[in-house]
Design a protein around this ligand. Structure first.
Ligand SMILES: C[S@@+](CC[C@H](N)C(=O)[O-])C[C@H]1O[C@@H](n2cnc3c(N)ncnc32)[C@H](O)[C@@H]1O
Length: 210
């Protein structure tokens, strides 16, 4: 069996188990979005990937398909009840071969975990955790992204709510609005908002020439 078909079977397994074992399968980055994540990662061939908000591991496996030889993915997830499901998915995707592990799960709050990660720069970061913390995630991950590296952020259209009048008490929408403003106005970043599914921000950290 080829590695690709093994991984495809792993994604099918994760999707099915997510429907059977969780009540929030709508959170999966499956279908076209998963394919887009795979293709972006395959184009970039990152050495190091960071994911905030792993859920059942679907997007982590998609992103891991583009890893360069010897590369690794760090997956951050706050819900420790998902641990067994995530790790079995990683195993089925060939990411946990003894001595050649490529995906590492870190359980806890992303804001607390990020400062504890190994200090090598990341080539690609996928932000898909707590919407209220998106502005903080950007502040925390930006120094960890290498110049020329990329950040992807999901749900930045937030079901269209970012385009409507937003009540101050709607903390999630307010935070995504702040995040979108941070990205659009930062001199350190260039970006395009892709209107795929719930909105995917494609962001590049500029290389500063001295
Ligand atoms: C939209 S789901 C992620 C979906 C996943 N990236 C995928 O495409 O299959 C968001 C995940 O973020 C996790 N999460 C929420 N708050 C978090 C936090 N503070 N730190 C880490 N993970 C968090 C949730 O438990 C949930 O599993």
């Amino acid at each position: 069996m080829s590695t690709l078909s093994q991984i495809d079977q792993a994604l099918q397994w994760i999707e099915r188990q997510t429907h059977l074992r969780t009540k929030q399968a709508r959170m999966l980055s499956a279908g076209d979005q998963g394919k887009l994540l795979q293709l972006i990662s395959l184009m970039l061939q990152p050495q190091r990937i960071l994911e905030l908000g792993t859920f059942t591991g679907y997007s982590a496996v998609c992103l891991s398909r583009g890893l360069a030889d010897g590369g690794r993915l760090d997956a951050l997830e706050i819900n420790d009840e998902l641990e067994d499901l995530i790790l079995e998915g990683f195993q089925r995707a060939g990411l946990r071969e003894p001595g050649q592990e490529r995906a590492f799960l870190h359980l806890g709050d992303a804001c607390e975990l990020i400062p504890t990660l190994p200090k090598e720069p990341y080539d690609l970061v996928y932000i898909d955790a707590n919407k209220r913390d998106y502005p903080r995630y950007l502040e925390l991950v930006l120094p960890l992204v290498r110049p020329g590296g990329f950040i992807l952020a999901d749900n930045v259209l937030w079901d269209g709510k970012v385009l409507q009048d937003c009540p101050p008490q709607d903390a999630q929408t307010q935070a995504i609005l702040r995040f979108n403003e941070q990205v659009a106005t930062s001199d350190a970043l260039e970006s395009v908002l892709l209107p795929i599914r719930d909105g995917l921000y494609l962001i590049r950290k500029k290389i500063v020439l001295l």
